[in-house]
Design a protein around this ligand. Structure first.
Ligand code: ABU
Length: 450
């Protein structure tokens, strides 16, 4: 008895479940072979570089009226993997994240498969409790007795949250009165009659990996009743290490902290927490929009677990789960060892750079950012004047082009604060060894020959 509405048969599902299940199985096998095994193999390329116009020709990007058959989709998946950068590869040093953590990868598979949205307990009971447990533990490592927090998409978003919180604390009626009804605010002290409310310090800057003196900054903030936010998106992971946590000495005095476990702790993009010392529901007061279709107050369970109302987002991914899985698998000591090893490898690289002709450190690193110039043979005898620096500025981009076209290595370069283009090498992954550090220097030397 076919039920037809508007010419559409409504009996039974239209999805071919058997074909779908087979596709998932084959795609999982492909991911296992081409990503988990091959992309981490040091003998494979880090990237298969193609310029955009050429890549458009190589990939079938067109979306057509009719769907493609499974074998065609699997070919497309293979192409996507082939031409994507292998951030899991031991010679990917390009960003502040790298490597493959097997446990967070499984967590990512699970969350993609379960497809939860972490706004209400009714939709995400487990993931909300996991988030609560992870935040509690991170708060403990900061050195607060209690606090609050929320995972969100990116360190910059965490910083924005903190700024809004500090403003809300300073102007609790800002949601009603708006900006025009509030005093003119300023982030740093000012003699202009504006109201200073926030100091943002950094633990682990993006390029140099530098750490602000938190204790001294906290003294000033305390004296002037200023909110102290610490952007520890990159450097926060040093808190896991008894040896290196001194880099963040004084962080317990902060009002809020941004910390991204997807960086040094390899929880997978993205896994970013904003942690807040205040326990008086400031996050909720500041961000709650009380959407009546999600956050009904007359639900049959404890609605304080509907923590999505503390978030500026609506749909939200269960990012804490990835970190939780890794933490469960490695334990606190395993995470500590990961940080210690990355920083020991960084130390090794620094020592090698100092020994090698043609390599010049920009500065002694505080963390895992090793910033250096490669000076090709033709410049080695030249005096370090304007012409030398102008020529040196061209070296890192030229070497970067060569390494990407060869696919042997990826690391970043940039000019910074008046310094001409230099390389920034970031050491993170436990898949990386001393041999990879040696390879990096040999390869730059090889590619950088005039
Ligand atoms: N949050 C900025 C990270 C960019 C980088 O990986 O260099």
């Amino acid at each position: 008895n076919a039920v037809l509405v508007d010419g559409v048969v409504l009996n039974g599902p239209t999805t071919d479940a058997k074909a779908g299940e087979k596709f998932v199985e084959e795609a999982c096998r492909l991911i296992m072979e081409e990503v988990v095994l091959k992309a981490t193999d040091v003998n494979e390329k880090v990237c298969e570089w193609r310029p955009p116009e050429q890549l458009k020709q190589l990939l079938d990007l067109e979306m057509r009226d009719s769907g493609e058959p499974p074998h065609k989709l699997l070919e497309l998946c293979r192409d996507v993997i082939h031409y994507s950068v292998k951030t899991n590869h031991p010679r990917f040093f390009n960003q502040l994240y790298a490597g493959l953590d097997y446990y967070s990868l499984v967590a990512r598979f699970m969350t993609e498969a379960l497809n939860p949205s972490v706004y209400t307990y009714e939709v995400s009971p487990v993931f909300l409790l996991v988030e609560e447990a992870v935040l509690k533990k991170m708060i403990e490592f900061i050195g607060w007795k209690e606090g609050d927090g929320i995972f969100n998409p990116g360190g910059s978003v965490s910083n924005m949250y903190a700024m809004n919180l500090a403003r809300y604390k300073y102007c609790p009626d800002i949601k009603e009165k708006g900006l025009s009804g509030s005093p003119r605010l300023i982030l740093f002290t000012s003699a202009e009659g504006a109201a200073p409310f926030l100091v943002c310090a950094t633990s682990g800057t993006t390029v140099l990996g530098a750490f602000d003196p938190l204790d001294e900054i906290a003294d000033i903030c305390e004296r002037h009743s200023l909110w102290l936010h610490v952007d520890a998106s990159w450097g926060g992971s040093a808190l896991m290490s008894r040896k290196h946590r001194k880099l963040l000495h004084g962080i317990h005095r902060a009002d809020s902290v941004a910390w991204n476990p997807h960086k040094m702790l390899m929880a997978g993009i993205q896994c970013c927490a904003l942690l807040v010392k205040d326990k008086s529901d400031l996050l909720k007061k500041c961000y709650s929009a009380k959407a009546s279709y999600l956050f009904q107050q007359d639900k049959f369970y404890d609605v304080s677990y509907d923590t999505g109302d503390k978030s500026i987002q609506c749909s939200r991914r269960p990012d804490a789960f990835k970190f939780w899985m890794t933490w469960k698998a490695l334990g606190t000591l395993g995470l500590e060892e990961r940080v210690n090893r990355a920083l020991a490898l960084s130390r090794y690289l620094v020592d090698e750079i100092k020994k090698r002709e043609g390599f010049k450190l920009l500065m002694e690193p505080e963390y895992a950012n090793i910033c250096f110039w490669y000076i090709p043979p033709s410049l080695r005898e030249m005096e370090e004047g304007p012409e030398f620096w102008a020529k040196l500025n061209l070296v890192a981009p030229a070497i970067k082009e060569r390494m990407m076209k060869k696919g042997s290595l990826m690391l970043g370069y940039q000019p910074h604060r008046g310094k001409v283009n230099f390389f920034r090498q970031v050491v993170i992954s436990p898949q990386v060894s001393r041999e990879d550090m040696d390879f990096l220097l040999d390869e730059i030397d090889l590619l950088g020959k005039d």
